[in-house]
Write a protein that binds this ligand. Structure first.
Ligand code: FPP
Length: 238
């Protein structure tokens, strides 16, 4: 099996999964958060080096206030326990997205977690929080303009792919080889638009809290068979 180096996941279906069990949506989010831990471990065991999950989008703020609050409380406690998981599994954790839009205590937890895990050599785990790809690209361009204004970059700077990439939240992280979206929707929803230019997509009807190791293996098998047929450059090899 050809194991992708970087897998990105759109975690979808927490609410529908909870509803199918006669439970409130927040229960779905709690179980969804638990499943993130499981899939981090399984991904590393399978040989995946980078995993990036879409936990909270710039659009998710428009959900009902009590649901947003429940998700933020869940993220608060998740970021705390994540420190132990990172230590146990030598996992390096980074958060992508506009952190300045998150509450100060969450920003502080993120800083601590990123600093604490920065030299770990296990799974590189990225959590997209208050993330939207268009917002990321706009922030990257504003960052470039700011550096030109401040004299860090020359006035006659020419925009290149490398220059843009180095100003994205994902700077230094390889592009995803495989993107998985759970729960039946088949769209990108403003996730890693730049980074997914050559990424293989895999969609499944399984809701995120029920997405098990076996489901991950199925996704990798599908990816692996496409790679065998077409190779990495798009050239037919079989
Ligand atoms: C997806 O299901 C849920 C979200 C995108 C919101 C929050 C995600 C989590 C709590 C997962 C935990 C992640 C971490 C890193 C702790 P949905 O509510 O969109 O489900 P639906 O489409 O069935 O309504």
């Amino acid at each position: 099996m050809n194991i992708p180096e970087h897998v990105a996941i759109i975690l979808d279906g927490n609410g529908r999964w909870a509803k199918s069990k006669g439970m409130p949506r927040t229960y779905g989010h709690t179980q969804g958060a638990k499943n993130v831990e499981v899939i981090c471990r399984e991904a590393w065991n399978l040989g995946i080096k980078y995993l990036t999950v879409y936990a909270f989008s710039t659009e998710n703020w428009s959900r009902p206030g009590d649901e947003v609050k429940a998700i933020m409380d869940l993220l608060r406690s998740y970021l705390k326990t994540c420190k132990n998981t990172a230590e146990k599994n030598h996992m390096r954790v980074r958060v992508i997205g506009d952190k300045s839009g998150l509450s100060e205590d969450i920003q502080q937890s993120i800083r601590e977690l990123e600093e604490f895990s920065r030299d770990f050599d296990g799974l590189n785990f990225q959590i997209a929080l208050n993330y939207g790809s268009r917002d990321e690209i706009i922030r990257a361009f504003n960052g470039i303009l700011g550096e030109i204004r401040d004299g860090i970059l020359p006035e006659d700077t020419v925009v290149t792919e490398d220059l843009i990439e180095s100003h994205l939240d994902t700077a230094g992280i390889p592009d995803p080889d495989l993107l998985i979206r759970t729960s039946g929707e088949e769209r990108l929803s403003n996730y890693l638009l730049w980074q997914c230019a050559y990424t293989e997509f895999y969609f499944t009807d399984v809701h995120w809290p029920a997405f098990s190791k076996d489901e991950l293996v199925k996704a990798i098998e599908a990816y692996s068979s496409r790679q065998r047929r077409f190779g990495k450059t798009g050239e037919q090899v079989e």
